[in-house]
Design a protein around this ligand. Structure first.
Ligand code: ADP
Ligand code: MG
Length: 661
């Protein structure tokens, strides 16, 4: 018993040393370890400082991937001579002086450790001329020596031989090329947040990158679009859609999904999001900014991922540049020395805002944009109109991205047909779809067929329809259509599946906690030999089945009878539908059929409701499908994230036939 309390005999009998304060230099070196991991960390800190100083132009010069030299030159407000020595001191900053300021800090740096830390592990020099001063001064970090030099207003910080005093750390560095890539990435992150600042990167005397300033403010959408294109390439621009969304605050529309957020603090999310086709195998083009600061954050990544869930195929990684603006007091940027992580006061509010913003941006069908096949066989989308419909959460949202495209959306996010009288092409095409999809349509009275007048009206419209006019069906799988750009190829099952899926989801959302999907009784119940598992699931999941519009009852101990099916799937094979829903339900715990499981269920149902391959379609049916696609959210991807249609332009066809060469 005593053994527990008595101190165990110490194996090493070194004499106890007195408590002492660590020498300053050691403290700095320890701190440096937190801040500086590799050359790119230095680059980030120095560019942070330059931007905080109001620079309009930042130039980075590197030798040996930054290990031998990192020099950042800016044209900011500079540091007065008398303050220069302070810049290298620990916890010396010009950015905050009290706790209130810490709460609302709007600058990049504020801990006042970066320069001190860097100076502890490298050979530093700062040359600076403060605005309004006649002379520039150079401070040598090693010696503390201060001497006059010639320089325009602004600051240059030079960092030589990183980790020269800590060879163990230096060993962890990768090849120069790798370190260089990280340095460039660090500047890219800044550049994407500040289109109003020019950036240049030199390596070993060669200009690597140069991004010219465009626009007077970081908030200018045109400037941002240009900067995104400069930094991320043309593909990103053509294969992305605008994101603009505002949550919370008095501007939020009553009744919108955001009303749940109440009239609380505002979160604004804007930027650009890659279409599903632009997704990559690696998550290397996912940029998130919170109040102008680049962050990596699980809440944000998860929110984005969940927004893409419904449209992304397999394990592909979406691309996006998202700018989140919120009350600085609601986000703590001080949690990590490298400041790349943040902590939100209410992560749910941010998660929802990001997810809604992306979902809304991605939902709009891009049927109106043209896609061209590049030399690599990949499709490139070019928007005809300046922007796809912008789904501002509220009518009063500032029109930051004026769009020529009429909004296809109501505030609830449900597409409405173009003709408000209710006789528009979408209504007609839906009727046609419903009426014509079934093999024995004569037997049912539901759904009118097209009248000749409507047919003529339809033909007159053909040129203006984004997905064009159907001309043929290929091998029972593809629909070929002609539009202004050339040829459109549609995977009919994939497209129809998405349409049915979206309808089911909309119906499900509309009913909320109501009775469930509308259901249509079968005149003759469809019976099938069921497995014990199927019988058990039928009993256990009766409520869920009712919600889905399915009525399945035991007919005999080994037989189940389908007595009613969802109205919108009335034409499908009732038994197959029942079996796959039961199989799906058996996998999920019925009591926890949450949103995701529910969507999976609806997707399964949609697959059964969708037209099968090898079903011959009339031109009317094909056209009805095309019109429906144009009106349906996310119709560019099937439920599994694969594309539903492709454009082959006349130019592509000409190239195929070597015309005009
Ligand atoms: P912090 O940025 O957290 O304040 P730093 O160690 O990075 O701490 O910088 C210390 C101080 O030096 C800053 O607060 C700022 O006043 C000054 N400073 C650093 N770099 C620059 C620069 N490029 N231009 C003007 N002032 C600078
Ligand atoms: Mg700093």
């Amino acid at each position: 018993m005593n053994a527990v309390l008595s101190p165990s005999p110490s194996p090493d009998t070194a004499p106890r040393r007195p408590i002492r304060e660590l020498p300053d230099e050691l403290i700095s070196q320890i701190a440096a370890g937190e801040v500086v991991e590799r050359p790119a960390s230095v680059v980030r800190e120095l560019v942070d400082n330059a931007l905080d100083a109001g620079a309009r132009s930042v130039t980075l010069r590197l030798l040996a991937g930054g290990v031998r030299l990192i020099a950042v030159e800016d044209d900011g407000q500079g540091i007065p001579r008398e303050e220069l020595p302070m810049a290298l001191r620990r916890h010396a900053t010009s950015k905050i002086s009290n706790l209130q300021e810490l709460e609302a800090v709007g600058t990049m740096g504020f801990r006042g450790e970066a320069l001190a830390a860097i100076n502890a592990i490298a050979d530093c020099a700062i040359a600076s001329r403060a605005a309004g001063q006649a002379q520039a001064w150079l401070l040598e970090g090693r010696t503390g020596e201060l001497r006059p030099v010639a320089r325009a207003t602004g600051t240059t910080v030079e960092v030589k031989e990183l980790f020269f005093s800590t060879p163990a750390r230096r060993k962890f560095l990768k090849t120069d090329a790798t370190e260089l890539a990280h340095c460039v990435e660090a500047v890219r992150r800044h550049a994407l947040a500040r289109p109003d600042v020019s950036f240049a990167i030199w390596h070993e005397g060669k200009l690597l990158e140069q991004w010219r300033a465009c626009g007077a403010s970081a908030q200018d959408p045109q400037a941002l679009a240009q900067r995104l294109q400069d930094v991320l390439g043309d593909d990103f621009s053509t294969q992305s859609v605008l994101v603009e969304f505002q949550a919370g605050g008095p501007a939020a529309a009553a009744g919108s999904a955001l009303a749940q957020l109440g009239h609380g603090p505002q979160v604004r999310v804007w930027g650009r999001a890659g279409i599903p086709d632009a997704a990559r195998s690696r998550a290397d083009q996912q940029f998130c900014y919170v109040n102008g600061r680049f962050v990596r954050d699980k809440v944000l990544t998860h929110a984005a991922r969940s927004a893409y869930e419904d449209v992304l195929h397999g394990h592909r990684q979406p691309v996006y540049a998202l700018y989140i603006e919120m009350d600085p007091a609601r986000v703590d940027v001080n949690v990590h020395p490298t400041k790349i992580e943040v902590r939100f006061r209410d992560s749910r509010e941010v998660h929802q805002a990001v997810r809604h913003a992306l979902e809304a941006a991605l939902a709009a069908p891009r049927a109106g944009s043209s896609a061209v096949v590049g030399a690599d066989g990949l499709m490139r989308y070019a928007e005809h109109t300046p922007a796809p419909p912008l789904i501002a959460a509220e009518a009063g949202a500032p029109a930051l991205f004026p769009s020529a495209t009429p909004s296809r959306w109501t505030q609830s996010g449900i597409p409405f047909s173009r003709d408000s009288a209710g006789t528009g092409s979408a209504d007609r095409s839906m009727a046609t779809l419903q009426a014509l999809w079934q093999p024995q349509r004569e037997a049912t009275s539901s759904g009118p067929t097209l009248t000749p007048q409507q047919d003529n009206a339809a033909a007159a419209d053909a040129g203006s329809w984004p997905l064009g006019r159907a001309i043929a069906q290929l091998q029972g799988v593809y629909i070929l259509a002609e539009n202004a750009q050339g040829l459109v190829i549609v995977d009919m099952h994939a497209a129809h599946e998405r349409i049915v899926y979206e309808r089911l989801k909309t119906q499900m959302e509309a009913i909320g906690s109501g009775p469930g999907l509308s259901s249509q009784p079968l005149l003759i119940p469809a019976t099938f030999a069921a497995t014990p598992q199927e019988v058990a699931t039928t009993e256990a999941s009766a409520t869920t089945l009712a919600l889905l519009g399915l009525e399945i009852t035991p007919f005999s101990p080994k037989t189940l009878a389908v007595r009613a099916v969802p109205t919108s799937l009335a034409q499908g094979d009732a038994v197959e539908l029942a079996r796959s829903v039961l199989a799906e339900l058996a996998q999920h715990d019925a009591s926890t059929v949450v949103q995701r499981a529910q969507n999976e269920l609806l997707a399964t149902m949609a697959c059964h409701g969708a037209v099968r391959a090898n079903r011959r379609l009339t031109l009317e049916e094909m056209n009805a499908l095309l019109r429906q696609m144009e009106e349906t959210e996310r119709s560019d991807q099937c439920n599994h994230g694969r594309p539903t249609w492709r454009q082959v332009t006349l130019k592509d066809l000409d190239a195929l036939f070597l015309r005009g060469r």
